[in-house]
Write a protein that binds this ligand. Structure first.
Ligand code: MG
Length: 236
């Protein structure tokens, strides 16, 4: 599998509070939040915790390993936030996938997304844990209303803000030629799905597509940190 990664502070923020981890077959993105440097600490702690837990992976039940790894990351961020007053209230999104040709398992908390691009079509696989995401799913809000909603960045679930967290775990089939994209909201708050799909449709390696995606978010104003991880499933 060929992999591209990219992260950028953007054009408005002073610090990059996103983090990512790409160590085949594990891939993760995290978008931290909190005052001062706390968001940076939270997202870094979360992906480091994942890496530590999953280093012991024994090839067994992937779903169970991912669930436990995300819950451990939650405990690690929470414990650190309790121990240091300067970090109180910090939290992060976390979207992590185990990807192998044929199958992927995703675990996530928050609004960092996972998409599958297949045969020219982009499909969002994760459900944003945000106020706007929930209103969209219940049909209370239209896409156009969601884009300008004052609470569009408010999460309903985050990692590290409570001792326990509910984690969504989903399994998806993969086919030769599929591309899997993990990204933080810095990308999707600027680019619509059609604009992301245009770039994924390019027959270029993931390393250059991730550069284009990050550049496009910045050309669109770069209001937030942008992080992308793109994994290509080899063609048969
Ligand atoms: Mg963000």
């Amino acid at each position: 599998m060929r992999v591209g990664t990219g992260t950028d502070v953007g054009r408005v923020r002073v610090t990059n509070e996103d983090a990512y981890w790409a160590q085949t077959p594990w891939f993760a993105v995290a978008d931290g939040m909190g005052g001062h440097a706390a968001g940076e600490v939270a997202s870094r702690l979360a992906v480091d915790s994942l890496a530590r837990t999953l280093a012991a992976f024994d090839g067994g039940d992937v779903d169970g390993w991912l669930l436990r790894a995300v819950q451990q990351a939650n405990r690690d961020v929470w414990a650190r936030a309790q121990a240091d007053a300067a970090l109180a209230g910090m939290g992060t999104t976390l979207t992590v996938a185990h990807i192998e040709p044929g199958r992927m398992v995703i675990a996530h908390v928050g609004d960092s997304r996972c998409y599958r691009f297949r045969d020219g079509a982009l499909q969002l696989l994760t459900a944003d844990h945000s106020i706007v995401g929930e209103l969209l799913r219940t049909g209370t809000l239209s896409e156009a209303e969601a884009e300008v909603h004052p609470h569009r960045n408010v999460l309903t679930r985050a990692l590290g803000t409570a001792p326990h967290v509910e984690v969504d775990v989903l399994q998806e089939a993969l086919r030769p030629g599929d591309r899997v994209l993990l990204c933080t909201d810095g990308l999707t708050s600027v680019l619509g799905d059609d604009e992301v799909a245009l770039r994924l449709a390019l027959s270029e390696p993931p390393e250059s597509v991730t550069k284009r995606l990050v550049a496009a978010a910045n050309e669109g104003g770069g209001p937030d940190n942008t992080t992308v991880v793109l994994v290509d499933i080899p063609r048969a």
